[in-house]
Write a protein that binds this ligand. Structure first.
Ligand SMILES: *Cc1c(COP(=O)(O)O)cnc(C)c1O
Length: 339
């Protein structure tokens, strides 16, 4: 049975053409920097996003951590949103492994960090304080797209105050496609960016960190220390390259499907649905309905992280027909359900 899996866009299966590219990849030992497929991917990604150099790593958690550890040293701090992945969902790696103090700041409803808050949280040069070195933003954040003029203002402010800027761009391609702008345009203002190939872009494994050449060279020391030095990684890089070449513009379909799904579900009285901007959205489900709903969906081949606050995610293995099937399954369940 083929599952309709709405838990995340990380669940995508490599397509036949992607698998063929992986099988055909010419490989070497990337710790010696002589895997030609990895090198090609790194150069291609750097050029695509407008950076000097790139580094392929096993996960976005690792590319973010490498970036934080390269930007900041022991006793430094970075400004980050309370809801940001690098702060909330990466096991505290910056503090645990990097000796970097996070300064979390409340995210606004649109996912941004208020400019006044950024300014207020930058510490003066005083021995009592950690040294504020870096502003880290995330785009998309919880499926929301940061506004380009906000990014320009926030990164200019950070630079004017002597801070560097990093973007957790796990889903930055979704932000670009949503706005109809280029990948170069969407990352403007950030000194470094981490991009996940294993989310909506559909590769099985991997992220790239992009930035200045010297920064990436320094970052490779941390990557090795963190256990991210891979050998014949060209097999994986071939999939990542294929994803960047073929699966960027099609993200628009995922956005469209998310909107269709949200619209369909918003017709059900028991649910409260927030309309998506990209491929991720949230809905509130009565607590008492969650367990029987989860079971009912599972019996129909639908997987979702059902809870009082449920996140649904569309991706390249979710078709329009799947969306219609999911809406019908929810409708049937709630027809019969009484609190
Ligand atoms: C998934 C994700 C990451 C990290 O990705 P992994 O490859 O799972 O480690 C980082 N940031 C955001 C916003 C993500 O969604």
């Amino acid at each position: 049975m083929k599952w309709i899996d709405l838990r995340s866009d990380t669940v995508t299966q490599p397509s036949d053409t992607m698998r063929a590219a992986m099988a055909a990849a010419e490989v070497g030992d990337d710790v010696y920097a002589d895997d030609p497929t990895v090198n090609r991917l790194q150069d291609y990604a750097a050029d695509l996003f407008g950076y000097e150099a790139g580094m392929f790593a096993p996960s976005g958690t690792q590319t973010n951590l490498i970036a934080l550890m390269t930007h900041c040293g022991r006793g430094d701090e970075y400004l980050v949103g309370q809801e940001a992945h690098t702060y909330k969902y990466e096991g505290g790696g910056a503090a645990v492994l990097g000796s970097i103090q996070p300064q979390p700041i409340a995210n606004q409803a649109d996912g941004s960090i208020a400019l006044a808050d950024i300014e207020a949280y930058i510490k003066p040069d005083d021995m009592h304080f950690a040294r504020t070195r870096l502003l880290a933003l995330e785009n998309t954040i919880g499926g929301r797209v940061l506004k380009q003029d906000y990014i320009a203002q926030a990164t200019s402010l950070a630079h004017a105050k002597g801070l560097a800027t990093h973007l957790d761009g796990a889903r930055v391609a979704n932000a670009a496609v949503k706005q109809g702008i280029s990948l170069r345009e969407v990352v403007k203002g950030f000194d470094t960016v981490s991009v996940c190939l294993s989310k909506g872009l559909g590769a099985p494994v991997g992220s790239v960190l992009l930035g200045p050449k010297a920064f990436i060279e320094q970052g490779k020391r941390w990557r090795k220390m963190l256990g991210g030095g891979m050998r014949q990684a060209g097999v994986l890089a071939a999939a990542a390259h294929h994803a960047l070449e073929h699966n960027v513009q099609r993200l628009a379909q995922d956005h469209e499907n998310a909107t269709l799904l949200a619209q369909g579900l918003s017709g059900i009285n028991a649910l409260s649905v927030a309309m998506p901007q990209t491929n991720i959205f949230w809905l509130d489900i009565p607590a008492a309905a969650c367990e029987p709903l989860r079971k009912s969906l599972a019996e129909q081949g639908i997987r979702a992280s059902i809870g009082p606050r449920t996140r649904l995610v569309t991706h390249l293995d979710i078709s329009r027909a799947d969306v219609e099937k999911v809406v019908a399954a929810f409708k049937t369940f709630f027809q019969d359900w009484r609190a």
